[in-house]
Write a protein that binds this ligand. Structure first.
Ligand SMILES: [Zn+2]
Ligand SMILES: [Zn+2]
Ligand SMILES: [Zn+2]
Ligand SMILES: [Zn+2]
Ligand SMILES: [Zn+2]
Length: 330
């Protein structure tokens, strides 16, 4: 988070410690920056306040898993590194991005990140579901049972991304915007971060939304330059570690696809171009209140003008606690 008045005439005095009391979204380094910024922020403040009220609803998302993975971590009995270690996942593949140690293996290649769970078949949803979904999933427990994986599997840590998309689509549908029957679902995904290295988990959308071609544009400044414009097609679930598991058979390939297209930059800069070829059914910004970052301001203005689409934004910044997860460990 940065001071909302950053880049103003005078330099920031330090980290943003003063939060706007009204919207609670923006923060300032000092009282003087807050006062100086008020004329800019005034209009936005009211809208943000409204948006944050909506965000409280979104915070009850059952499929967020962003902060801690298990009760033991929540209760500080175990660090994130130890938790991963226990599963043999510390600094391994896409799990490397789940703690601050970073990937050990520098040659970590992208295709590996796009293909492997690094878990045995018992713990990973690597094959087709035994039965199609018969009802909407509303919690992790239902999801795990449907996919026949034990409740203590760490898979949810990286499955929060596809499940959040799935759930947002369900919410959209209950709001009378029935996109579920669509053969093609276009999604604009704003501000992707570590999930850029966990895209294998997005393959789970094939199981969650069978018969749908899901097209996701991921747009944000965290997209590395060398991956700008990258297009990834997933037509099967990520592989487990078992050599003879049937997930490696060609029959596990889907006729539908999940397509991921990466763009480096801000949404407002890409918007015109992207909308030309994919009008979104859903715009989603799962990472911490983009509204809190001045650099996204234009995007928010642009979204507000649209008024056609639903923005699901989860606001970690305001209250990280709301993200405490249901855990089934032990
Ligand atoms: Zn400042
Ligand atoms: Zn405000
Ligand atoms: Zn670590
Ligand atoms: Zn599948
Ligand atoms: Zn497998």
């Amino acid at each position: 988070m940065e001071c909302a008045a950053k880049g103003a005439r005078t330099r920031c005095l330090g980290p943003p410690v003063r939060r706007c009391a009204r919207c609670g979204v923006v923060a300032y380094c000092s009282l003087s920056h807050q006062i100086a910024h008020w004329s800019d922020h005034k209009q936005e403040c009211e809208r943000l306040e409204q948006q944050m009220r909506n965000a409280d609803m979104v915070n009850k998302f059952p499929f967020t898993f962003s902060e801690e993975a298990t009760v033991r971590i929540c209760e500080k009995q175990e660090t994130r590194c130890l938790f991963l270690e226990r599963w043999g996942l510390h600094q391994v593949g896409m799990w490397s991005y789940e703690c601050s140690c970073g990937p050990l293996n520098i040659s970590l290649n992208l295709s590996g990140l796009l293909m492997y769970w690094n878990l045995s078949s018992t713990f990973a949803p690597c094959t087709e579901p035994a039965s199609p979904l018969s009802k909407q999933l509303s919690c992790w427990k239902e999801y795990y049972e449907w996919r026949s994986i034990p409740l203590d599997s760490p898979a949810a840590v990286v499955l929060q991304w596809p499940l959040t998309i799935y759930y947002a689509l369900q919410l959209n549908a209950t709001k009378g915007r029935n996109d579920q029957g669509n053969k093609v679902i276009n999604i604009h995904y704003l501000g992707p971060d570590k999930e850029l290295n966990q895209l294998a988990s997005f393959g789970e959308l094939l199981a969650l939304l069978p018969q749908c071609n899901v097209h996701i544009e991921l747009i944000g400044p965290a997209v590395p330059e060398r991956r700008d414009g990258q297009r990834i097609e997933l037509d099967r679930c990520a592989h487990c570690d078992d050599k003879d598991c049937k997930c490696k058979l060609t029959s596990e390939r889907h006729s539908s696809k999940v397509t991921l297209q990466l763009h480096r930059g801000y949404y407002h800069d890409w918007f015109g171009d992207i909308v030309k070829d994919s009008c979104p059914h859903l715009i989603i910004a799962p990472n911490a209140g983009i509204a809190a970052y001045p650099s996204w301001k234009e995007t928010i203005v642009c979204l507000a003008q649209l008024n056609l689409y639903t923005l699901f934004e989860t606001a970690v910044t305001r209250n990280a606690q709301t993200f405490k997860i249901h855990s089934y460990s032990g």
